[in-house]
Design a protein around this ligand. Sequence first.
Ligand code: PGA
Length: 261
Amino acid sequence: MASRIPLVAGNWKMHKTPAEAGTFTRNLLGNLPADLTVNVVVCPPFTAIPAVALKLAGSWICWGAQNMHWDAEGACTGEVSAPMLQALGCRYVILGHSERRVLSGETDGQIRKKVKAALSYGLRPIFCLGEELETRDAGEAEIYCLHQLADGLEGLPWANPETLIIAYEPIWAIGTGRTARPADAVAVMGLLREKIASWHGRGFAEQVRILYGGSVSPESTGSFLKEEQIDGVLVGGASLKLDSFSAIIRTSAEFKKSTEY
Ligand code: PGA
């Protein structure tokens, strides 16, 4: 029987200088046993990636980026490409985060190009989607998220279920201290998994990891991870502090999911 190992990703957003990120990372490694059954990824700002890579090289914790451009190189002032991230040892890249969709006007079409580029360079996208509060209140959260999934991923060359991670992050829960109810997150994620099954088959869909994100704390982690559908968490604010991030990782490690296939 196969299984889905929980994944915890820390999105540091625009926090931590290279020195701060390096120190944090060293302390994180020292704070956790290396034999936990969990995949951990830290996503610092671009400028701190080399400092983090230096501390994590050869360890069990991975690092990634929070965004990238879809072209490999070109006249794109202020942008960073997949081969540049790859050269820094990044294994993952967060794509389609709502802060980029809202603050930088990223479109589904652009995010789709980014996902494709990331996959072609061996980076694992953490593809984010999620609804605004008005959409949920209107009873349209599920349909909205399914559209985002299809617009971003349908028809892409996604050959291996382990190489792409989905993060359901309701926008109203991000940075607000208000989490989704686990049952509501599960309802969305179940439909996302069904849609993926319709594209790639059930065995494939059962191997895909779907994370919850939005005000995750050490206290709420278990209530999400104990749900069969929820394979990990994407953590913003609580990933900036050693104690809270370590606690979230330790709790997540208790919830490996086995699958039928
Ligand atoms: P938060 O951020 O945990 O601070 O709500 C989550 C995210 O934006 O990925």
